[in-house]
Ligand binder design. Sequence first.
Ligand code: BV8
Length: 256
Amino acid sequence: MSTDTPDTQEFRAALSKARHALSGGGPLVVLSGAGMSAESGVPTFRDAQTGLWERYDPTELATPEAWLHDRDRVWAWYRWREHLASTAPPNAGHIAVARAERHRQVVVVTQNVDDLHERAGSTVVHHLHGSLFAHRCDTCGEPMDPGPPSAAPVDHLEPPRCPRGDGRARPGVVWFGEMLPSAAWEASVSAVTGASAVVVVGTSGLVHPAASLPALAAETGIPVIEVNPGPSGLGREVDVHLRAPAGRVLPDLLSD
Ligand code: BV8
């Protein structure tokens, strides 16, 4: 047990039950949300004080309407987040997930738009909500490279113009009201229904359809373990709740 994991009888029993559920050795699916990256210093959306949604109104920023209404502000916000994510180190949780590939098949399904799972060494990562680093023209859809983001958080920034016409570079993320990438979604549903166990890490379980995946696993008779120090929208679909931060518990949970 890592030194600063909660050291109560109840937690030790929950961890033992969770490790037993994973002992089957078959394909493991890790469903991650913004809490997975919290210990890397990337703000989550809803956590009090640090949560981005406390400081920004998502309906102002993470929707196509916002882009039409105030494109330069939306672009500035994403470039700032891109800078944060690109300078954040993978934490012990990301590394534990990547290391689990040494002794079993692991598929990561993430709502996150950072690349911390990949930088920790995970080789199969499905991004349900896109990526901060995949910019494209908002008109012709062609990939665009706006270059590295600036470190200074500014509140308005003009996105570069597309060389092929009047379009502008937009973030390669899925905004509220937009469809999820079908290939990532279909691969994620297939991975979840074919898993021997699912570990859900750091998600409030409020954003759909990603939030429906733990219930899909449970309905398929697959054990679901949740790693989250706080409350979430997940309920009966979870077999074992590990109320601890990802970076503290995943090394113990996923070690061989
Ligand atoms: C769609 C990219 C078809 C942008 C994001 C069905 C039911 C209800 C609503 C809907 C539905 N279907 C569609 C909707 C509407 C909408 C939706 O779900 N709305 C919600 C708000 C109710 N969904 C959509 O629009 C989706 N599109 O379904 O297309 C369609 C279209 C129109 C109409 C119908 C159908 C698209 C959703 C994608 C949105 N884009 N991201 C960007 O990043 O800016 S989602 C965004 O929210 C991020 O991806 C982020 O991941 C996510 C936030 O959720 P979490 O990851 O869970 O993070 P959160 O901060 O909430 O929680 C963090 C958790 O971590 C907390 O629990 C905390 O306790 C925990 N934690 C903290 N520290 C740690 C920790 N855990 C572990 N360790 C720690 N150290």
